[in-house]
Ligand binder design. Structure first.
Ligand SMILES: [Ca+2]
Length: 332
């Protein structure tokens, strides 16, 4: 037994060494690349009145050697000239709740001027600072605020407890989550992790009467980020880029794929460029039980509520160009 245990430990250490060595190798290959001129030359100003008022609600873990897509979205929104970023709220979701990674990213980006609020740490957490901020901000600009929801949506439901007019006041909610059917990534089945994580809040949001756009797991499969894409991030901060490389290596080890999926980037890009997508309003009649499994049930008799569920990205070239240009504005 002892020998078996030791053997197991040795294999685990060896595996970890291989992962770290591979991450180091790819990081070296990536970081050795020069400036990415192709995606760094566009600069332009947007008049304040023409900007889109957004709040990013996310479960960012960039910095923890885990999921990086929320972090990429945060950087994208910080650097998008069209964004009037009113604030950021955080929620539990990816792995465990960790507000600190978003605090660190804002510090590193020199953007501590952006209001940042802690939200739900588990489902049904009551009215948090994030919920109060969401409610007060959309009440200040009724019909104008877009919420990019990149994690479980409990903060939004809590905001409606803080102010029953919250869902009437919000301009639109664009959420990443929900499956039309089961989803596999390479060799692995992947459970739905956003709508299901706080399914009662998801049910309340979908049935709230607010304009809701859902970027499903199936739609997000249109946005892989491959190893070969790293040179396009020539101007992106090295530590963040290293986290992305590591995440790609973990995906390779876990699924066999040479990419990770930029799940949350779809709602973020849609907020500014709905023309890159094809709107698709469908009646949805998901029960709380459906949403507990992350499933969106399409109504067969036009009962239920109209939800916009784009099938994917229509203009992939424009999507990727927009993502890389804005991430490269972050600078080292
Ligand atoms: Ca997320």
């Amino acid at each position: 037994m002892k020998i078996l245990k030791m053997l197991g430990k040795t294999i685990l250490i060896l595996l970890l060494c291989i992962i770290i060595a591979a991450a180091g190798f790819f990081a070296f290959m990536t970081l050795a690349q020069g400036e990415s001129k192709e995606f760094s030359e566009e600069t332009y100003q947007v008049a304040r009145d023409d900007k889109i008022k957004v709040i990013l609600d996310c479960d960012n873990t960039l910095g923890s050697f885990w999921e990086v897509d929320d972090g990429l979205v945060l950087s994208y929104v910080l650097n998008k000239p069209e964004a009037d970023l009113l604030g950021i709220t955080t929620t539990f979701g990816n792995r465990t709740y960790d507000h600190k990674y978003t605090v660190r990213m804002l510090k590193k980006a020199g953007r501590t001027d952006i209001p940042l609020f802690k939200g739900e740490q588990a489902s049904d957490d009551g009215i948090t600072d994030a919920a109060r901020f969401l409610a007060e901000t959309v009440a200040k600009y009724p019909g104008e605020v877009t919420i990019i929801a990149a994690g479980p949506v409990g903060n939004l439901e809590a905001a409606s407890q803080a102010d029953p007019e919250f869902f009437n006041n919000v301009g639109q909610i664009i959420v990443m989550g929900g499956y039309m059917e089961d989803l596999s990534l390479g060799s692995r089945d992947v459970p739905e992790l956003n709508l299901s994580a706080d399914y009662l809040a998801s049910h309340a949001m979908i049935n709230s009467g607010a304009r809701v756009t859902v970027m499903t797991g199936q739609a997000c499969m249109d946005a892989p980020f491959y190893f070969r894409d790293f040179p396009k991030l020539g101007n992106f901060p090295l530590y963040w880029k290293f986290q992305c490389v590591f995440w790609t290596v973990l995906n390779k080890a876990g699924t066999g794929n040479d990419y990770f999926v930029m799940w949350d980037m779809l709602p973020a890009v849609y907020a500014f460029h709905p023309e890159f997508f094809e709107d698709n309003f469908i009646y949805v009649s998901s029960t709380a039980g459906d949403l507990q499994r992350g499933m969106l049930r399409l109504s067969e008799d036009n009962s239920g509520v109209l939800v916009n569920i784009p099938p994917g990205i229509d203009d992939l070239d424009a999507f990727y160009r927009d993502v890389f240009v804005n991430l490269n504005r972050q600078g080292k």
